[in-house]
Design a protein around this ligand. Structure first.
Ligand code: HSE
Length: 335
């Protein structure tokens, strides 16, 4: 399977390394032989139909700041690579942009127009245009997969869509942003809001644009993806009523603790869509701490079930991309 990577940060590098470290296993167990034929990052791109090695790509990026220094072209845009290179799948891992979803949106639409399947770990295009991207994929006869956008390597979307198939999910609520959960957990442990934010920053948890975490934008994007994929809603980011955690103070955290609860940033789909701080009882399985994500699905017949796991990380998200590749190969075989 020929793969183009747009974006070569922690997820792209994690995926390239995973393809190599698990090459024998992926082939023996699943018959999967991924070959990276092109990589683009913000500094340029490299293309080689015979395959690119993870070690060379990572070294080039570390040395020259871009994969272009691995025999590619500085300044070459991802959309040029997608237009030039022949591949079966585009893996889109550029940063989520919630203003216009670029450059990911252009990469995805150009790949679909060329008949490539798409795996996006980038939430921006899905949060802003999920319904039309699904239509575009159907129109072009390709698959669009995005397991890594919600829950990192924890198969939250897959659980709701496939493990609960045949059920009717009535509602769900979850902790979908690890950074704010870390901050709120630290505050519950006695840290000031400023101290907790500084601690999260020092650990590298906080997004470069901290508003994405603190104002609930990242959680809202994940909620939109879940609502479309799991609940069949046709919604985008502006449909979410959103409040972040900036207004949560030490007094609020103490009051919640006194009542046997903790304040969590909860993304909820229960008729409408909302993200905001909410009390969760400490004996509720959803009340996870640190950077963990958790989500409780309420189903008509099988009751409430909670999925918990790490919601971010390069290797974790790369593993969800492998799941998507296996699903795409199954789709291709059944067509
Ligand atoms: N900023 C996100 C989080 C990263 O803290 O959960 C994963 O999407």
């Amino acid at each position: 399977m020929r793969v183009i990577l747009c974006g070569f940060g922690a997820v792209g590098q994690g995926l390239a390394r995973l393809f190599e470290s698990r090459a024998d296993d992926l082939h023996a167990r699943f018959g999967l032989k991924p070959r990276i034929v092109g990589v683009a990052d913000s500094g340029g791109a490299v293309h080689d139909a015979s395959g690119l090695r993870a070690g060379s790509l990572v070294a080039a990026k570390a040395r020259g700041g871009s994969v272009a220094s691995c025999g590619g072209r500085a300044g070459m845009a991802g959309s040029e690579l997608v237009a030039d290179a022949d591949a079966d799948v585009l893996v889109e891992t550029t940063s989520s942009n919630y203003a216009d979803a670029e450059p990911g949106m252009s990469h995805i639409t150009a790949a679909m127009a060329r008949g490539m399947h798409v795996i996006s770990a980038n939430k921006g295009p899905l949060a802003l245009a999920f319904p039309s991207l699904m239509e575009l994929a159907a129109h072009n006869g390709v698959s669009l997969r995005f397991s890594g956008t919600v829950g990192g390597g924890t198969p939250i979307l897959d659980y709701a869509k496939n493990s609960l198939r045949g059920e009717r999910i009535v509602s769900f609520r979850g902790i979908l942003n690890g950074t704010t959960n870390y901050i709120l957990s630290a505050m519950a442990g006695g840290m000031s809001p400023e101290g907790a934010l500084a601690d999260a920053r020092s650990r590298g948890y906080v997004e470069a644009d901290e508003s994405l975490d603190l104002d609930g934008i990242d959680a809202a994007a994940k909620l939109v993806i879940l609502a479309n994929w799991v609940m069949g809603m046709k919604v985008t980011l502006p449909d979410v009523e959103r409040t972040g955690i900036r207004g949560v103070g030490a007094d609020d955290v103490r009051r919640a603790a006194g009542a046997g609860s903790a304040i969590k940033l909860i993304a909820e789909c229960d008729g409408g869509l909302s993200v905001g701080p909410s009390d969760v009882r400490t004996d509720d399985p959803l009340c996870v701490n640190g950077t963990l994500n958790g989500i409780s699905f309420v189903s008509e017949h099988s009751g409430t079930q909670t999925v918990i796991g790490r919601g971010a990380g390069g290797t974790e998200t790369a593993s969800s991309i492998v799941r998507d590749l296996l699903d795409i190969r199954r789709d291709m075989a059944s067509r």
